[in-house]
Each structure stands twice: as C-alpha cells, then as structure tokens.
Ligand binder design. Sequence first.
Ligand SMILES: NC(=O)C1=CN([C@@H]2O[C@H](COP(=O)(O)OP(=O)(O)OC[C@H]3O[C@@H](n4cnc5c(N)ncnc54)[C@H](OP(=O)(O)O)[C@@H]3O)[C@@H](O)[C@H]2O)C=CC1
Ligand SMILES: O=C(O)[C@@H]1CCC=N1
Length: 275
Amino acid sequence: MNASLPAVAIIGTGSMGGAILAGLRAPGVRLPGLRATTRSEASAAALRANGVEARATEHDSAANTWAVSDAGLVLLGVKPAQITTVLAELAPSLRPDALVVSVAAGITTAAMEDVVPNPVVRAMPNTPALIGRGVTGIAGGARATAAHLALADDLFRTVGTVVELPEAQIDALSTISGSGPAYVFLLIEELTRAAEAMGFEPDVAALLVQQTFSGAALLLEATGEEPAELRRRVTSPKGTTERAIAVLQEAQLATVFERAARAAQERARELAAGA
Ligand SMILES: NC(=O)C1=CN([C@@H]2O[C@H](COP(=O)(O)OP(=O)(O)OC[C@H]3O[C@@H](n4cnc5c(N)ncnc54)[C@H](OP(=O)(O)O)[C@@H]3O)[C@@H](O)[C@H]2O)C=CC1
Ligand SMILES: O=C(O)[C@@H]1CCC=N1
C-alpha cells in the first residue's frame, strides 16, 4: 500500500481506532505525524510501548486537543454517544482545514457538522482492518469535497477495500459488513460447539472449524465462483451434505439474517437519536 497522508490524530484508539492505527504504520504509508489518544493511561501506555505518540484523557485533560493541534486528518474512534461531546471539546483546537472522519455507528455527518465548522466524512469499517483485510463504507457530509473523500479513501485503503456510497446507506452497510464479522464468528462458535458434541476434543474441533471457514472464504476469493455454485459442488446428490443443508434451510437462515440486519439498522437509528 502506497499512500501519502497529512498528520493524523486518532481520538479513541480501541478496537477500531487501533486497527486503523496499525494500517497507518504499515510500510509504504507516509505521514508527517501520528498522535493517538485513549481514555485510560493503561491503554495509552500500551500504545507508547509500541512506539506510538499517545496520551490519555484520564489524568490529562489536554490530551485530545494536543493530538489534533497539528493534524490535517482527525479520526474519531470513540463510542457513538461520545462523538458530539468529544467534537465540542476539540472544536477550538482543530485546524480549520482538518478533515474529521468518524467511524461511529449511527452518528450522522449533519450532527457532527452542527458542532464543528470542518468538513466531515462518515465511515464504517470492520475489524478485519486489523490485518489489512477490512471493508469500509465512506460518505461525505455537506462540506466534504471530492478531495476530502479521496483523502478518506486513502486512509481506509491502508486497511483494506473502500466503497463510497450515499450517507443514507451507511447504516445498512454497517448491518452487513460492519457487524458481519460478528455473525461469522457466531457461526464459527456454533459449528465448533456442534463438533464438540460430535465427540471431538476442543482443540481439534476448533482446528476443523477454523480451517473450514478460512479455506471456504479463500476458495470463494481464489475461484471467483458464485457461493451457490461452490455449495453445489460440496452437496453431492443424495449425499450427506444435502441432509444437513435441508435442516439449515428449515431454520430459515435467509430470513434470520435479514431480520438480524434490520434489527441492527434499527439500533443505528436509536444511536443517532442519542439512545
Ligand atoms: N468494533 C467494531 O467492529 C466497529 C466499531 N465501530 C465504531 O468504532 C467506535 C469505537 O468502537 P470500538 O473500537 O469497538 O470501541 P473501544 O471501546 O474498543 O474503543 C474506544 C476507545 O475510545 C477511548 N476513549 C474513550 N473515551 C475517550 C475520550 N474522551 N477521549 C479519547 N479516547 C477515549 C477508549 O479508551 P480506553 O482504551 O482507555 O478505554 C478506547 O481506546 C464506535 O463508535 C463504534 O461504533 C465502527 C465499525 C466497527
Ligand atoms: O456494534 C457496533 O455498534 C459497531 C458498529 C458495527 C460494528 N460494531
């Protein structure tokens, strides 16, 4: 990955902020400065031990303003309920030309633009970003130009693939790819439980299931075939898989996933309303 970015501040460097931090420190990414903040001193100390310039707000009320003072790109990685409060705290110290990028679920660009005069981009990445295999949806707010979107694209391409879309679709994308890794891990947990119930030792059960998931995902990617076709090749007519798939289809997997996605979308609306 080759990218040239302005100085970056990450405000809230937890699971998601930390994954993006890792992308920014990958070879080939050039940036004049990188500062990160956390709430707790313990989290900031862990970042510093890893060579990151980091401060915590816990005992240092100036930590966030210190981080953004020179930044051309400010990434907000705090919880949705904190976004507008943290932005209001940052407002006097933001460079007027700094692009604000939020990854918070549910919080609209309009809500953020009410607090700061800066251009804002809203993004929804996912945790495979940690290994450079994330997928991120981005949408620009009213003040974001094509150049700002290009900058956000550069940022998130350091951790995977980027899709630009209208902001109205960001919550929907969040229910699929933002939350999606959790759905996959749940399936892995449940199949592992089934393997243990079939008599396998936990370590063997975990190995069988993990290799099956990663092997299947890599097969899909490597062949470019439709998943339905790859499934057909596993499912011998009158064979064993056919019986198993019939049971799974009885459980109405298709509608279960759609209902799950709609529930997540409803929660995003609640977060937007401050609930
Ligand atoms: N996890 C995911 O898969 C995804 C999450 N998101 C979004 O990312 C955001 C963060 O989620 P996630 O990374 O899971 O949460 P985490 O709890 O892992 O990270 C939150 C981070 O914010 C820090 N923090 C809390 N308060 C402050 C503050 N006032 N100033 C600076 N830093 C602060 C925390 O510090 P400390 O470490 O000390 O607790 C922590 O490092 C959310 O808005 C979520 O919607 C978006 C896409 C996917
Ligand atoms: O669960 C959440 O709210 C965040 C957004 C998508 C994934 N994690």
